[in-house]
Ligand binder design. Sequence first.
Ligand SMILES: *Cc1c(COP(=O)(O)O)cnc(C)c1O
Length: 422
Amino acid sequence: MKNSEALFQRAKEVMPGGVNSPVRAFRSVGMTPRFIDRAKGNRIYDVEGNEYIDYVGSWGPMILGHAEENTLRAVKEAADKGLSFGACTEAEVEAAELITSALPHIEMIRMVNSGTEAVMSAVRVARGFTGRSKLIKFEGCYHGHSDSMLVKAGSGAMTFGSPDSAGVTKGAAEDTLLAEYNNLESVERLFDENRGEIACVIVEPVAANMGVVPPEEGFLEGLRELCDRNGSLLIFDEVITGFRLAFGGAAEYFGVAPDLATYGKIIGGGMPVGAYGGRKEIMERVSPSGNVYQAGTLSGNPIAMAAGLATLKTLKENPDIYTKINEMGAYLAGELRRVSGLTVNNVGSLLCLYYTDKLVRNYADAVKSNTDRFSGSFGKLLEKGIYVAPSQFEAMFLNACFTGEDLDYTVKVYEEIFEKEK
Ligand SMILES: *Cc1c(COP(=O)(O)O)cnc(C)c1O
């Protein structure tokens, strides 16, 4: 019989840390990762055959649940026609039309292969468009692992206590200015100190890589105004929030339109897809219509487009999915607050229980939570069949397959854990 322990031993010999992405290694909770065999709906199954209620959802993409039938069918049909052509296909046009017709602030869109690539490219476009070099990002916001974004980058980097990666040159990081989330004054100060030099402000409209930190009333509106006043572009990194809070993402949910937005996760329906888009005059600067170069051998891959399109179509045709998962998010957050007495932040179907009873409204607040307590309960949750991300600084993700029963079972398990801790 296969087992996770043995597989991880083998993995560690041939893969750095035994993984292809750091947080998967369960390091911050001091455990061996479960090796997953399959998943269906909101359940995942490890190679030992254990079943878990899955609050990770592949870190966001699986909003319809795992192995969703329409998506699987579309992938199988596309696969039969060939895996990649490196040439134009109808599915790419359809995907771009679907998105641009539903999102008023996205007039043109370019598909890439990951959220990292989407952000890296959007930042390049912002610099090309404005002719300026500097950018403002927020402490604790994660925007993928491109060099200029690996400064106080939240989640993985936060858990490992090495927010600045080795191998990122001073030059790559020096144009990245850091502001505090939910603090407009900190942004205004940077604009004042760098007059006419800021190409863009990039923000997670809901910060979901330092737990879940909602934007306070007026924060996103204030960023919009500061960017307008200073001739800088506002980039929403909607890699998590896009197609999750609402079909139109955070821009629709909060009613603030960015100049450029980046997508990933849900947009690929579980396949590796990212995208960036925005107003026509900006996006037309991208090669080959403009002089900002960006390309990709597998970009707009037919299988990936099939999965993404099937997922997006289902979401667009069933807006009740958002009502359902957002209501469940509010319910679960309320119940977890009740049984824990701790801070539970929630926006839509994203939530985070922080091991602190203080408000969490930025990075400095988030890091004050008690990660030892988090690790303790992580193991107990896993034992009881509840799979949350193995880090305090990740969100819990709900999907369309969750039921009230799943939520109530989860609350009961948390309640037992907190009772015992008393
Ligand atoms: C996951 C994530 C990214 C990076 O996407 P990858 O597909 O992992 O490269 C960028 N921005 C945000 C907000 C994310 O959550």
